[in-house]
Ligand binder design. Sequence first.
Ligand code: SD4
Length: 350
Amino acid sequence: MQDRRHFLKAAALGAAALSLDGITSTPAHAAPYVKGGKAKPVVVSTWDFGRAANEAAWEVLKKGGRALDAVEAGVRIPEADPNNHTVGYSGYPDRDGRVTLDACIMDELGNCGSVAALEHVVHAISVARAVMEKTPHVMLVGDGALQFALANGFKKENLLTPESEKAWKEWLKKSEYKPIMNIENSSYGAGKETTFSPLTLPGNVYNHDTIGMVALDADGNLSGACTTSGMAYKMHGRVGDSPIIGAGLYVDNEVGAATSTGVGEEVIRVVGSFLVVELMRQGYSPENACKEAVTRIVKKNPARAKGLQVGFLAINKKGQHGAYCLQKGFNYAVLSEKENNVLIDGKHYF
Ligand code: SD4
């Protein structure tokens, strides 16, 4: 207990070296950041709400900033958006009415940080980054993640908005856990009420969606971030792919970076984002790597795969990007000097 308090206090102070169980470690951020050659920055992110996130990331990238800072700044936008019910503040709760967030972040040096089942803190991605930079660990979950966040100055807030609470109460009437494909691709972001509004279609809501973002900066370095409130009305304690390094996100600065969205259990089964990056290492284009990962999901259980959505999104070291998904309807947003935050439809398996 004494050690633990000492650790939290030290973490809060951003101490350079911490002693846990006799192991002395140096925080990841102590590693030097090497400035490389000239590259053309690019940022890509999942779904149409990725556009607003890309804008924020681009503010960093266009000034020659680090991809890590760009992806964190980018995904903080949907995290704070009260109209986005699948990421951060106002996320749909689990079946017990608790909003629990999953997020992870990874940089060009292979450093990574993650939180799972984090409650009461809007910017789960920044807590994940603090785990990466201020602790000797990669992942903190539940109460431990919250305790760490509060010790590091994050504000405790109620994330369940009246709208999300109303949707949950409607869902409780049937209590049927049923992810609906491509609800993500509704008119979210267009400023209108969607056909799939949680208020008009109880149960069949907009109930999975994640922002995954990967970026290449002007120094030729890659980073990525992934954050979500997970599947709506999930069991309390359920963790998806999004905070799991290798599943929801993976970055290898020699090769490329990948992220995922959709039903996390399927992505975890194939260690999806790691698989996509390894396929790019073997020479696959980003799109073909994503396609092969989707195909692996189908091969494991075609009948199951038919009824759900998973999408992968990747970039390689050259800044080329691509995506692939199970079902029609997944799209991603691209922002670079050449691509003006365009929305691209992912090709699909079925
Ligand atoms: C999860 N992958 O918790 C997330 C949800 C998601 O599109 O991405 N939905 O499984």
